[in-house]
Design a protein around this ligand. Structure first.
Ligand SMILES: [Zn+2]
Length: 77
């Protein structure tokens, strides 16, 4: 089982959700238009992919067992 994460923004505790910017539709369209735009768009999407809060999409969630995570949990109680 993977560890839980804490969201400093809304206080969510649990599994993060993976977010990818851009859209698959655009990616396919750019690949049809040409290799280079498609390639750049794919690289950009991969580089901007992040694990965020499933509740509020906040990108800087912290592990539950980290000092920062403990601090947030303590504050909520
Ligand atoms: Zn959140």
């Amino acid at each position: 089982m993977s560890k839980n994460y804490v969201c400093p923004n809304c206080g969510f505790v649990g599994q993060p959700k993976r977010y990818t910017k851009g859209s698959l539709g655009w990616e396919i369209l750019l690949w049809i238009l040409g290799i280079l735009p498609g390639l750049f768009y794919s690289i950009w999407r991969l580089s901007t992919r992040y694990n965020g809060c499933p509740n509020c999409e906040y990108p800087y969630i912290v592990p539950e067992d980290s000092p920062k995570g403990q601090e947030i949990i303590k504050k909520q109680q």
